[in-house]
Design a protein around this ligand. Sequence first.
Ligand code: HEM
Length: 487
Amino acid sequence: MLWTIFLLLNGLLLLVLLYATRTRQKNEPPLDKGVLPWLGHALEFGKDAAKFLARMKDRHGDIFTVRVAGHYVTVLLDPNSFDAVMNDTIFLDFTISRNQLLKRIFSLQLPSIKPAAERKWMEQHFQGLSLSKLNSSMNTHLQNLLQSDQKDCSPSEWRQDGLFSLCYSLLFRAGYLTLFERRDNAAAVYSEFRKFDHLLTKLARSSLNRGEGKTANLSRERLWELLSPNWLSEGSESKSWQQSYHRFLHEEGVDAEMQKRALLLQLWTTQCNAGPAAFWLLGFLLTHPEAMKAVKSEIRGLTLRDTSVQHPPINLLEAHSTPVLDSVLSETLRLTAAVMINREVVQDKILHMANGQEYHLRQGDKVCLFPFLSPQMDPQIYQEPQIFKYDRFLNDDMTVKDKFYKEGKRLKYYTMPWGAGRNICVGKEFAVTAIKQFVFLLLTHLDLELCDPEAKLPPANPSRYGFGMLQPDGDLQVRYRLKKTHR
Ligand code: HEM
């Protein structure tokens, strides 16, 4: 027993020494190991990645390597050099980190799936004809849910709710009913999913305490059951998105248990971003009266131009452009979409930066892009980047503003809420339409106002940097009722 402990301690010491002795070599990015052996900067990174990385950027510039829980992560913050990472599929790999996360968060293993085949399957279902069907189904569900949620109270009565709960609950349930087969349990899936989502960042960082671990396991199991359609074992031939997904997994050699678990991954991927995005968008409008006025005036213009009041909103939005609402959405996502793009260095690599500098990346390290910090919050690109300016993405002639510069060079990537390259969000068009439909629906059907006219938007929960759309710490209380014309 003593010998085992002695050997273990020796092994541990050797590991610590090995990691502690890493020094910066010629041509490598600046190295910042932090003071804690092995852990390095893990605590700061997990607590508030944006704050930590902004501090590192001030200290080291646009590229540096930090130690995080035994890993060395090279962070690249120059958007003009992003292509050198995103286009490299030989020296850099994205499947290793992804598979680790799938296992940790969803207890899911899909090693046999080829990324290109999966991407092709997804594109079939979120583009072209399938996309129009999804859009109109989403619109119907949104309208039905808005009406059925109102039916318990008298039409002229004000209701009070947190804006985040209102947006997330409506968009999640409508999205679920659009994509998933079971019609009977949308509310139960939503409430269970929120419990799971609450623990998701800790699951990803393996930092759950024992009680939280139990809750996460139970919640995951309950969601697997709730998402399983009745036909799962019967091999039915219909062509729904969910059935097509099962067929795809089956053909890729995934067993029945993993097929069942994969549905939770799909639920998360397809439903966790749109609700929070709609919350921030409406929250910015409610706290910036000049922006709300501009959007309402644009919407009034649409409805006046179109004499048929019965027109479903989807057609109105499809038939006419909405440059103001589009700019509001881009500005919202610039401020609140915080994806991290991660790669594993599988062979030593020379990284060519746009400014001509070259850096050596070591095999076994990770590379991370964090577009939230740069380009999205970069003061060299955006004046007063912390501030919401609803017309930031509008030219004077009301066309989309898409020319942004850093150090005199026009940027290909000036905002990246959807990721980019071969992993760019497959559901982007669907998500944009859904959010616009939702905002349109709420502003045309509801009187919606802040409970406290002086209220401010709550801050973002800092532990969610790196996980897509940010979520608020707290909520914004609103009151609403059906407009007279819709009662
Ligand atoms: C505001 C809403 C949304 C945002 C900001 C967003 C953002 C993103 C981002 C950044 C990625 C890439 C992640 C990575 O690099 O690993 C992604 C992937 C993906 N998104 Fe979205 N998304 C949104 C809504 C949606 C919706 C509504 C759907 C579908 C209904 C969807 C489907 C997907 C899928 C299937 C992928 C995986 C693509 C792949 O692995 O190649 N997203 N999303």
